[in-house]
Every structure is written in structure tokens, then in C-alpha cells.
Design a protein around this ligand. Sequence first.
Ligand code: FAD
Ligand code: PYC
Length: 413
Amino acid sequence: MPLRLLKFGLSQTYPEPRMFRQPDRLKSHYDVVIIGGGGHGLAAAYYLAKDHGMTNVAVIEKGYLGGGNTGRNTTIIRSNYLTPEGVKFYDQSVTLWQDLAEDFNLNLFYSTRGHFTLAHTDSALRTMRWRAEVNKHFGVASELVGPQEIQDACPEMDLHCGGHLPVLGALYHAPGSIARHDAVAWGYGRGADQRGVEIHQQTEVTGITVKSGRVTGVQTNRGNISTNKVLCAVAGSTPRLLDMVGLRSPLYVHPLQAMVSEPMKAWLDAIIVSGSLHVYVSQTARGELVMGASLDPYELHSTRSTFDFVEGLCTHMLDLFPFLSHVKIVRQWAGMADMTPDFAPIMGKTPIDGFYLDSGWGTWGFKATPVCGKTMAATVASDRPHELIREFSLDRFERYDLVGEKGAASVGH
Ligand code: FAD
Ligand code: PYC
């Protein structure tokens, strides 16, 4: 047992240092206010301080750090997207992930497993081939593999899927990884705090003041702040924040659920995704299976979870892995996914001066946490969209200039 932990356990006064300060009060002015203490907001704060020397920055979080979708996702990291814009962007994120644990001096349990997207139909195989070619063009390791290679990597899989939808092949993406999601929020939070950023938890933004087309301040349940730059990184709450500034977006919010099994001996190394069966699964270092499916099929601003979901997902898991029939499900939960019509994010400047958006992260934003932080920090600091996010601007919907990333979503929606 580490000495520090022993001392903590025996102490009456609990002297264990906290990961970050808890400032008593809000200042009356910050150069930048970031709304949302999820991975994206915290990463932007970290890179504002680290890359741009901007430290008079407050992160305002209505609950606790990582309590939104950051701490609710199934942690799949990959860059095997379909569009050139998407592939370049997510590839940069995968590169940034490599040094993160060392930068933070914190174990993120980043674990490269290889990622199989199974194809059960000829049309799915065609999309996989297309993705593989686009990926290779940008130097991303993806290839089409046949049933034998899948079986070699995962002997436990029933490739006949109980006779319903036999597996014909897969898109194999060697860099596919998983990581410990809440440690990512803590690492960015601690790094930002150490550089002078203030993190205010249990603080809700209730209004945003806009005068003559530019942001001048933010109201919270703990007082008002004056500021000329606000970054909104609130995922499923984005429509509410947009209402505060009178902006519209095509975002629609659906619950996305996930669940975890009891721990078992390690048997699944790779990450397995099946769009047709609506399943994605990986096994954590603790031995639990982390599993998810597609969105709930109706709009709802809620994080409730349902028995229907467990029943449906277990049925499809058993099509692929019948030997799991005695395994227990121990937890389930949901997040609110901020979906866009083209399955690409909304990032950058808005028609309101000083109001920046990092949203539209739906079911796919965890993997992008580092690159979102980097590019949003650069955009906020310079008031110019970073080149990697130009195509993700809000005004693409007015121009009908969509990015078309649906074919690379993890499961059918
Ligand atoms: P969040 O982590 O949701 O943070 C937003 C924060 O804003 C919240 O903490 C919230 O409390 C705060 N907030 C909201 N309103 C206010 C307010 N008025 N004032 C102050 N604070 C406010 N992505 C992947 O890449 N891979 C996956 O495998 C994956 N699986 C997923 C599985 C599930 C079940 C879910 C729900 C999502 C999944 N995602 C996945 C998507 C991913 O989780 C999100 O896109 C990503 O975490 C978004 O991060 P964020 O920081 O933008 O948002
Ligand atoms: O984007 O890879 C992904 C993903 C998997 C599960 C949910 N999203």
C-alpha cells in the first residue's frame, strides 16, 4: 500500500491534497468563461492556459466534473471516419491522446486494443471498403478483413450470429483504444487549475448577457460575471444555452444508454462494434464488459435508463457471444446526446461576437476531447476558427454544406 494512502487512512484530519482548488467565490471578471466542466470544457481551459498563456479563465460546472456525458460514455477512441475532414480531425486527436497521461502525470488507462466494425451485409461491406480507402489516403491504419481474421482475433464470437445475420467481414482499425473517462476530466481539470484557471463546480449558468451583438457577461446561481468571451461546451444542454443568447441550431437531443457486466476473466482484447446488431463492446482492465447500443428512438432531455434497453442489448450481445448467457449486468445509465443531422460536430465562432460553441458531439465526442480542447482554445484565443474545425461551423446548415459522417457512426441510428 502506498505510504500516502496509509497516512490518509490513519489521519483524523484528512490532509490528502485535493486534485484542484475549490475557490470560495467567483471573481467579478474573467477574460474567458467556459460553461461546462466536461472533458471538452476542461480541455479547452487547459490548452488556453498551456498554449496561449490565458489564465484569467473560469470553468463553470452546474454539477461535478465529468458528471455529464464525459463520465457516461463507453470510451471508444478511433479515427476511422468517412469524410476527409473527419479523418484528419480525429487522427489529430488520436495523436494527442498518446502523450496525455505523461503530460498529466496521471494514469488514464489508455489501452490500444484494435477496433472491428462488423459488416453483416454487402452494402455494409461497401461502406467499410470506402472508409478503409479514405483512411489509408490520410495515413490512418484501417483495412477490410475477412471472417477468418475476425475469428482469429476473437475466437469466442459466433460469426453465424445465431443464423440471423452472419458476419461477412469487418473494417479493422488497429489504433482503436479505450481509456478511463473520468480520469481524463480530472487530468485536464488538475492541469488547468495548476496553471491558474478557476474551476467552479455546483455553479449553474442561468443567463448570458448580449449587448449590440456581443457577449458582455454571464449570470450564475452564485453571482454575475463580466466577460467578453464565453465558450459553451455543455453537450446535451446546448439548446438551453442557445436559448439564452437567442441562437437556433439543428441540434436534437436523444438519450444514449450503456451498461456494464460483472467482472470476468479477460477474454476480449479487441473492441467489437456491429452496426446491424446495434452493439458495441469492450472489456476493461477490471474485467467488466462495457456495452452500448443505438440512441433511444425519441427526443428526450433526460438521463433516465430503461429495462427495454438492457433486454434488447442483451439479446444482440447473445447473438454474437452466446456463451455469456449466465453473466450478470450490474449497472446501467444514460447520457443526453446532442445530435446533428450530419453526425459531425458544431464548433467555432457564432453570429454573436465572443460566443463560441463546442457542441453536436452526440454519440462520438469522447475520442475528440483532446483535439476539441486544442482547437477551441486556439479559436477563442485568436478569435479565428482553427483550420481543423472550419468545416464544422454552425453556418454550414444555412449553406446546406453538410459533412456527412453518418456512415462512420458507431452504430445505426
Ligand atoms: P459533457 O461531459 O456532457 O459536459 C457538459 C457539462 O456541462 C456537464 O457536466 C453539465 O453538467 C454541464 N452543464 C450543462 N448545463 C450547464 C449550465 N447551465 N451551467 C453550467 N454547467 C452546465 N463518444 C466517443 O467518442 N466514444 C464512445 O464510446 C462514446 N460512447 C458514448 C456512450 C454514451 C452512453 C454516451 C451518453 C455518450 C457517448 N459518447 C462517446 C459521446 C461522448 O460521451 C460525448 O460526446 C462527450 O463526452 C461530450 O463531452 P463534453 O465535455 O462536451 O460534454
Ligand atoms: O464513436 O466510436 C464511437 C462510439 C462508440 C459508442 C458510442 N460512440
